[in-house]
Write a protein that binds this ligand. Sequence first.
Ligand SMILES: Cc1cc2nc3c(=O)[nH]c(=O)nc-3n(C[C@H](O)[C@H](O)[C@H](O)COP(=O)(O)OP(=O)(O)OC[C@H]3O[C@@H](n4cnc5c(N)ncnc54)[C@H](O)[C@@H]3O)c2cc1C
Ligand SMILES: *[C@@H]1O[C@H](CO)[C@@H](O)[C@H](O)[C@H]1NC(C)=O
Ligand SMILES: *[C@@H]1O[C@H](CO)[C@@H](O)[C@H](O)[C@H]1NC(C)=O
Ligand SMILES: *[C@@H]1O[C@H](CO)[C@@H](O)[C@H](O)[C@H]1NC(C)=O
Ligand SMILES: *[C@@H]1O[C@H](CO)[C@@H](O)[C@H](O)[C@H]1NC(C)=O
Ligand SMILES: *[C@@H]1O[C@H](CO)[C@@H](O)[C@H](O)[C@H]1NC(C)=O
Ligand SMILES: *[C@@H]1O[C@H](CO)[C@@H](O)[C@H](O)[C@H]1NC(C)=O
Length: 565
Amino acid sequence: MLRRLLAAGLFIAAGTLVEAVAESYDYIVVGSGPGGAPLAANLARAGYSVTLLEAGRDLGDNKNYSEIYNFIAAGNDEKSRWDFFVKHSNDEAREAKYEKTTWRTADGSFYVGLDPPEGSTRLGIYYPRAATLGGCAMHNGGICTLPNDADWDYIAEITGDDDWLAENMRKYFEKMEANEYLPPAAPGHGYDGYVNTTISDPSFMKENSDLQKLTSQLIAHTGGDAGRDVNAPDPDRDQSTGVFAMASHADRNGKRAGTNTLLKRTLADPAKFNLTIQLETLVTRVIVNWEDGKPSATGVEVLRGSHQYEADPLYNGSKGQFGRIFARKEVIIAGGTFNSPQILKLSGIGPAKELEEFHIPVVKDLPGVGENLGDNYEAGLQALASKPLNGTSGATVVVFLKTPTARKVRNIQAWCGSFSFEGFWPGFPTEYGPSQYECAMVHINPRSQAGYVRLRSNDPQQMPEINLNFFAEGGDEDLTELLDAAKTFRKAINAAGAPITPFDERHPCPGVNQNCTDEAQKEFIKLQSYASAFPKVPGAFPVCPTFMLAEKASADILADLKKED
Ligand SMILES: Cc1cc2nc3c(=O)[nH]c(=O)nc-3n(C[C@H](O)[C@H](O)[C@H](O)COP(=O)(O)OP(=O)(O)OC[C@H]3O[C@@H](n4cnc5c(N)ncnc54)[C@H](O)[C@@H]3O)c2cc1C
Ligand SMILES: *[C@@H]1O[C@H](CO)[C@@H](O)[C@H](O)[C@H]1NC(C)=O
Ligand SMILES: *[C@@H]1O[C@H](CO)[C@@H](O)[C@H](O)[C@H]1NC(C)=O
Ligand SMILES: *[C@@H]1O[C@H](CO)[C@@H](O)[C@H](O)[C@H]1NC(C)=O
Ligand SMILES: *[C@@H]1O[C@H](CO)[C@@H](O)[C@H](O)[C@H]1NC(C)=O
Ligand SMILES: *[C@@H]1O[C@H](CO)[C@@H](O)[C@H](O)[C@H]1NC(C)=O
Ligand SMILES: *[C@@H]1O[C@H](CO)[C@@H](O)[C@H](O)[C@H]1NC(C)=O
């Protein structure tokens, strides 16, 4: 009897008999973002039983999420928000100058700024994440740009696996894409996938408007055109600079496509794939089984219930129902940049010293887990024109630059239009009205990769410590490159002439004269830059590359299974 019960997964938590029948699947996938969703769908479609565990709830039918243009509302919506707060460095004086520093006031609300009311506690720099079915692809800006080919080729070089070469990674993009902006059979694109792609409509270039004039100047100063395909399989794409259309993972009706829509389609498929999605299920630990001195992951422990994680604004310390779920083949962790290393560490996989500090039994001493956190630096040239800017709203273009000190490949990706993007804080962004114009810049090859995600405690409901350690190495070169890019954009937009000019610049050189030293502008960029955190994964915009990684991972898992047979 005891044996049978054990085989059925009897377990006891806090002295109570909880459950007698073990829940098991071939695969457990943790996290339903661009990393986890395609893996879960592909493995289920290949005939395996799969459970997808997601801490958040399903908001796919809520217009904040289903309509891509509502991304700012989605980003501020407490139904999905996970509020992380990070540091940009260990330099307290530098941290203290970050203008959008967030504090918890005595009455429990947020204060954003440098002069908090008495009794406030400093939280840090806000990094939002979405805990919902589909992950951050449900609230992100939706920009889909493939990385430089050099970024994929680098992974091939360090792993010795040629499938990572850019020319071989293309097939994964072709598989996932449902292109809606090119004529059929354009090389390097797909038409039958689940990530619908569309571009910003270039027809605004035919109108007599201020936005058309500004974009014309961007083209005159950097090259390209407003309809150019940013994801074309150009053999020389790493050197290809100037203006492109902005591509998004949304369909022509502005509906967000990718994670949530793929999962829904997989569940609804008449083929009845064996996919079980479990929402409001926080994975707290991987269960490890030892055999012949070798560990293997055989399942996960979970807390079932809503608002189980400290980053959730509605978290109140309540502990959901404990549970265990088993996997016959593999446990796949795709919890995003902050949560994947946390889950691994809580499971005893990480730097032994850190694990011991929190009394976590070491399964595998892997010093790299949660270390070498790399990040793109983001900064913006933002200015107010002398008049309200007319023209089609949404007339936003992408611009690539290769500044004079760039190494080998283009190093800046920007997007320019009449909007305001200055990073994230609770309640972001600040709108400056119809005269606002910005070229938001991403440095796509930062020289430093010294950030980390470390445990604060062994309590899986608590957030880890996150420090991005910006500019730790090669900072001056990276800042020079961002400043050179800002100068190019400043020159271009000022060339639009009256009545649009003069611009009253907000940053990095405030005022109408733009009379600042290089040092002052670099200091501004250094103190106020921000980014979407990302470990060493290619590109300026990680979402489409992450879909490709998930496609490669599922293809590799299925190929391994074939070999085993
Ligand atoms: C505000 C914002 C804007 C962005 N804009 C863009 C953009 O325009 N273009 C672009 O390319 N990229 C953008 N990104 C980045 C992009 O969305 C992410 O790189 C991408 O979503 C990462 O995918 P992921 O699957 O690794 O992680 P995520 O999307 O973070 O998904 C992880 C999922 O795992 C779940 N999870 C975490 N821990 C647990 C646990 N313990 N148990 C159960 N579930 C768990 C989370 O709830 C979440 O649903 C943006 C990101 C943000 C936050
Ligand atoms: C789906 O998978 C579960 C877990 O492995 C299993 O119990 C169930 O029988 C499967 N359903 C079908 C229809 O095969
Ligand atoms: C959308 O998000 C906002 C917060 O940004 C929230 O106030 C609003 O209720 C949400 N709308 C829906 C339909 O959930
Ligand atoms: C926009 O404003 C300019 C003046 O800056 C004017 O010449 C032009 O006709 C206006 N265009 C539209 C579409 O309103
Ligand atoms: C994406 O394209 C498919 C057809 O390829 C279509 O059925 C679907 O409605 C489109 N939109 C979304 C959000 O998936
Ligand atoms: C705490 O949160 C849980 C889960 O959302 C909820 O069920 C419970 O009512 C909350 N308790 C209090 C005191 O607010
Ligand atoms: C620019 O600033 C310097 C130093 O503050 C000042 O001496 C100079 O007059 C300014 N030039 C203009 C054109 O405003």
